[in-house]
Write a protein that binds this ligand. Sequence first.
Ligand code: GNR
Ligand code: NI
Length: 170
Amino acid sequence: MARLDILAYPDPRLRMKALPVREFDDALARLIDDLFETLYAARGIGLAATQVNVQLQLIVIDVSEDRSKPEVFINPQILARDQIGLVEESCLSVPGIVENVARATALTVRAVDRRGTPYMRDLDGLLAVCLQHEIDHLDGTLFVDRLPFFKRLRTRRRLERGGRAYQAAA
Ligand code: GNR
Ligand code: NI
């Protein structure tokens, strides 16, 4: 297993669009293991392959308190969304910024598991929010892109000055 480097804003590689996974082989299994190791080391709840410079539609998530529920979403597609709520988000690739984002509070997703078997699931709570955040990464979108106009401007200014300076001042 290996811990991978997480790309940080404004790295242009975070803007690339991920391609569907086609080969469910040992290399994919190793990549999934590495993504979980990286996720747990960074104390995040979700990680998209895009964040470690792999342009594949591959997401790992664990929203459990004790880090005991690893979940893999490959080639995910959201089939239905229910209700919108404001949820406080942060991102390992946008350090120092915490803002409310409008997200569906429940959804139905179709994806395949690590062996390539398709499945469908209904999600809600933090898992639903996190999956939307990660699918955005696969499309090259960051949560700060989804802020209302003036908040987005303010956040962009803060990021240009450096997330760390903002964190210290907050
Ligand atoms: O660790 C993370 N926490 C989080 C909190 C609220 C909504 C989304 C997230 S995802 C984030 C990890 C990350 O950047 N994944 O892409
Ligand atoms: Ni993120």
